[in-house]
Design a protein around this ligand. Structure first.
Ligand code: ARG
Ligand code: ZN
Length: 853
């Protein structure tokens, strides 16, 4: 790629399309290596101009082009097709051949096992046929699929089935019609043989919707939870947002080869099987939770994404930030709201703050993009959802709902921008959101400094908030932002909550308070910021043990733990501070009553979270410090760990709130217990008696993180039992990949040759190599650079197979400014090797070139 460097596209350069394509007929004759695609479009010039019609197309073999029935000669380039002097309105017929079997990028039409399936978002449709592959070109689709009847009994596409027939040569065909206009990224096709779980849902207005869930043969017993989740999501969207489903059929297909989690194609979602399949023996509570939330996410896209879609890809957060926020609200209603919130905040602090600190930093609405797939990021998704949440906090539930109603009413059937969304919120509520809009264009993690003063005489509590956003790699100058800062004041008489609206770089607030209170800031993580508030450990302890808000209690506990870990970095012999001991004994005392919150409060902050708290870290000493704190806590509360693991549910496994809470508490206790010398029998028995994957995995994880000698025999046993089960083996690969052990590289090498491993399957790559790069801190950051070299070598191979997956895997190599200079040099060496590697995908080029800049 060094010859022709990929160019960035800019939001500022957006122009409306020169042509519109209101109708498209697609005819697929499926074949492994030579599928024939006939695309018949109605094309209409938009505006007065004489520009050519430019169609996107990649990796296509062009067979013929006809305009109004007459063959035209057209020369295709690597990027597409340019048709000069076309009429103002015409029928365009293009025939192409494609090779799904050898399409390892899993973008466009490809094979997952023996089935055909598609993934078009963001720009994959251009790998199927020549088309204007942009979301503001919306068409009504008819799709005809022809294939062998025996191998492909199910031929699926968007919308309703309007015809089918048999052919003499053992083939059959099906014709689909989608009555809604849609951009091509929402097109989908699936052909294969599946087990089918059928159900139905009656909408609020009384319409019957057929629900169909397609899974690999033999997996019907694992499909029930996904179906139940879908029905919950459909009901929830009616009740919370008044939004009903709009077609007569909703189909979900689970496939094993998938780049992301799932895809919201109109009426035909395609899912990574890991977000569909579950039963107690093979899936954890976390899997059950994730399935419910991803099923809901894709369903909610039907309105926020499909009925109202994006004008261009810079607006991705319009649908993703909003839909993540909606699925978060749904999850909070289905499960434990405080715990759900804690998990989301952990994602922000571990991953989004890290993205802000690295070379790929971007605003939730990026201004420049080289490869769109690189922007399906924690910033666009999760920070995007945080921005929507701030609107919800500022406007309140009713105001937010009014804004949503107006947004949908105004823009149904359109392709719009983030600005259109904020405008609807503004108009429906009659407030000025000018300042708030800066969240869409400004990148980086803001810092909010807190200073307090209590006036005894006037009984007034004064609070000064100062905000500033440090410069980021993409943007020097930053402006103050509009953010809600939720606080809690705890005094003798109880506690009071307030939401302060911060708009200036410095602002002072006064609150009446009888007696000097303890202040806790950022309740519910009301804004995606870092807080600088020097509080002594007694204050933090008070919040952790006596606060009202569960999130704030957890947050205070995490701060106490983080501080004691950072303190033992500087003083290796330091013993645990009194406040931490008091935190643990206070929390353990009430653990049986509030098991879910206790579990989170007793869990140590992850290495990645700790690393984000300091501008500079030393990997080895931070790891050692975290371990030493863990050891001291394990020993100090040895008796409690042993007795608490007995609080487990006594009924057989169900994914049910009380049970999940107890299992989670038990899992945290086990991580401490496993550090104790006399834990072997308990762990061994726990493993043997477990009747569900949550408990089994809790034991394995505890053994892994304590480097317990049981780890290897248990892992061998696990492999014996589950060796043929692809999804379960991903858990096994991940445990190996993230195991911090002197031989981790050798074992990684070996495992890439395992019968169940394949570089072509993204789930396997993420499980093994991904968990090494992201979570095997000691191995990845090995002082001799061997971890960095291993990942780089692997990326070179993977990039040729699947650049999208390679580009996600490189993330841990990007943010290195907080590491010591030796490690920085080692990473830079490897990145330089990558930059010179040929060919290098646009995906990796964008990231590597920015990192080396
Ligand atoms: N729209 C999908 C979702 O969030 C994600 C698909 C992204 N795919 C990609 N190749 N970048 O549910
Ligand atoms: Zn989405």
């Amino acid at each position: 790629m060094s010859a022709a460097r990929p160019q960035a596209m800019k939001l500022a350069d957006y122009r409306q399309p020169d042509f519109l394509i209101p109708a498209l007929f697609l005819d697929f004759e499926l074949h492994d290596t030579q599928t024939r695609v006939t695309a018949v479009s109605k094309v209409r010039r938009q505006g007065t101009h004489s520009h050519p019609l430019i169609l996107d197309g990649e990796k296509l073999q062009l067979v013929s082009v006809e305009i109004n029935g007459e063959t035209v000669s057209a020369q295709a380039t690597e990027k597409g097709l340019c048709l000069e002097n076309v009429p103002d309105e015409f029928e365009l017929r293009i025939v192409t051949h494609i090779d799904p079997l050898n399409n390892t990028s899993l973008e466009g039409l490809y094979k997952s096992g023996s089935a055909f399936c598609t993934q078009c978002e963001a720009e994959g449709f251009r790998k199927i046929t020549y088309f204007m592959d942009r979301p503001d070109v919306m068409a009504k689709y008819q799709v005809k699929i022809t294939a062998d009847r025996q191998t492909y009994p199910y031929l699926l596409s968007n919308g309703n089935k309007i015809g089918q027939g048999e052919l003499p040569d053992g083939k059959h065909w099906v014709l689909w019609e989608d009555p809604f206009f849609k951009p091509c990224y929402l097109f989908a096709l699936v052909a294969g043989d599946f087990d089918l779980l059928e159900d139905s849902f009656t909408t609020a207005s009384g319409r019957q919707v057929a629900l169909e869930l397609f899974v690999d043969k033999g997996n019907l017993g694992r499909a029930g939870h996904a179906m139940a989740s879908l029905k919950k999501a459909m009901l929830w969207d009616e009740q919370r947002y008044g939004l009903e489903y709009d077609l007569d059929i909703y189909m979900i297909v689970a496939v094993d080869f998938f780049n992301m989690g799932a895809m919201e194609n109109k009426g035909l979602n395609v899912f990574n099987s890991k977000f569909v399949l579950a039963d107690p023996a093979s899936a954890t509570d976390e899997d059950y939770f994730n399935i419910e939330s991803v099923i809901a996410h894709e369903y909610f896209h039907n309105w926020t994404g499909n009925r109202v879609t994006c004008r261009d890809w810079f607006q991705l957060s319009l649908k993703e930030g909003l839909t993540v926020f909606r699925d978060q609200q749904f999850s909070a209603d289905m499960a434990d709201p405080a715990i759900v919130r804690i998990k989301q905040v952990q994602v922000m602090r571990e991953h989004q703050f890290a993205e802000d600190a690295g070379p790929m930093v971007h605003p939730i609405r990026p201004a420049e993009v080289m490869e769109m797939n690189n922007f399906y990021s924690v910033t666009v998704y999760d920070k995007g959802a945080e921005v929507i949440r701030m609107l919800h906090t500022l406007l309140g539930e009713t105001g937010f709902r009014q804004g949503m109603d107006l947004y949908i009413a105004r823009h149904d059937g359109q392709a719009v921008t983030c600005d259109d969304f904020v405008q609807a919120m503004q108009d429906a509520n009659g407030i000025d959101l000018t300042l708030f809009r800066r969240w869409y264009s400004q990148s980086g993690t803001p810092r909010v400094e807190v200073e307090t003063l209590y006036d005894d005489k006037r009984q007034q509590f004064a609070l000064t908030l100062r905000q500033h956003t440090p410069a980021t790699a993409d943007q020097q100058d930053k402006l103050p932002l509009h953010m809600p800062v939720a606080i809690e004041l705890i005094d003798e008489t109880g506690s009071q909550q307030h939401i302060l609206s911060l708009t200036e770089s410095s602002q002072r607030f006064e609150l009446a308070c009888k007696g000097e209170p303890t202040l806790a800031v950022l309740a519910g993580f009301s804004a995606p910021v870092k807080v600088d508030f020097a509080q002594d450990s007694q204050e933090l302890l008070k919040t952790a043990l006596y606060g009202q808000d569960d999130f704030l209690r957890w947050d205070a506990a995490q701060q106490l733990l983080s501080e004691s870990i950072h303190a033992s970095v500087t003083d290796a012999n330091s013993s645990l501070p009194e406040a931490v001991l008091a935190l643990f004994s206070g929390t353990l005392d009430v653990a049986a009553e509030k098991p879910a919150l206790a579990a989170e409060m007793l869990a140590l902050p992850s290495f990645e979270t700790l690393a984000q708290q300091k501008p500079h870290i030393h990997v080895d000493s931070l790891l050692a410090a975290r371990h030493s704190v863990k050891m001291q806590l394990a020993e100090a509360f040895a008796g409690q760990w042993k007795s608490l693991i007995k609080v487990a549910p006594d009924q057989s496994y169900a994914y049910q709130r009380e049970q999940v809470q107890l299992r989670r508490l038990k899992a945290v206790c086990l991580t401490y217990l496993a550090e104790l010398p006399d834990s072997e029998a308990i762990l061994q028995q726990g493993y043997q008696h477990s009747d569900n994957m949550s408990d089994t995995l809790a034991i394995l994880r505890a053994c892994q993180s304590a480097n317990h000698r049981l780890f290897e025999p248990l892992m061998q046993d696990f492999e014996q039992r589950w060796g043929q089960d692809s999804l379960v083996m991903d858990k096994w690969f991940a445990l190996h990949g993230s195991r911090q052990h002197p031989n981790s590289l050798a074992s990684l090498q070996l495992l890439t040759g395992h019968a169940m491993y394949s570089i072509n399957n993204p789930n396997k790559v993420r499980a093994l190599i991904g968990s090494f790069a992201f979570y095997n801190t000691a191995g990845f950051h090995a002082a001799d650079g061997s971890g960095y070299r291993f990942v780089t070598d692997y990326l070179m191979k993977l990039d040729a197979v699947n650049p999208q997956v390679a580009s996600r895997l490189i993330t841990p190599m990007l943010g290195f400014s907080h590491l010591d200079s030796t490690r920085q040099d080692l990473i830079v060496q490897q990145l330089a090797r990558l930059l010179n590697h040929e060919p290098l995908s646009r995906d990796l080029y964008e990231k590597v070139s920015k990192a080396l800049h």
